[in-house]
Design a protein around this ligand. Structure first.
Ligand SMILES: [Zn+2]
Length: 122
């Protein structure tokens, strides 16, 4: 998309679409996507990222030594939940800074739910 300078100064802010990355004119200050199509794609992406992030959570916890097996299919945290929460949100933040699309920050309740869903005894 080519925009001449006169048009650029009259119109809104030029910014990259949060979904496809192409530059577009934001008509509103809170606009993040260039098109309706990208809004829809982003919504689907958040949903699939959320389940993907939960799927990666268990190996991440085990890898970090934050969790261990307490039974055949049961797991438990080896460190306080607050430590896991802080580190998890740091990791998410780093991914976001590196340009990855990620889920939002985990809340304590959200993390507890995710852990329970994975067979953790909380
Ligand atoms: Zn777009």
């Amino acid at each position: 998309m080519k925009i001449d300078l006169a048009q650029r100064s009259r119109a809104g802010r030029e910014q990259p679409c949060a979904q496809c990355g192409s530059t577009y004119m934001a008509r509103r200050s809170n606009s993040r996507y260039c098109s309706q199509r990208c809004i829809k794609r982003a919504q689907r992406c958040v949903q699939s990222n959320a389940s993907g992030a939960i799927g990666r959570l268990k190996p991440w916890l085990l890898n970090k030594g934050y969790a261990g097996k307490t039974g055949a299919e049961a797991y438990g945290l080896t460190v306080p939940l607050s430590l896991v929460l802080g580190d998890l949100n740091d990791a998410t933040e780093r991914l976001r800074a590196a340009g990855h699309r990620t889920v939002g920050r985990f809340t304590e309740a959200g993390l507890k739910d995710a852990l329970r869903g994975m067979g953790f005894q909380a």
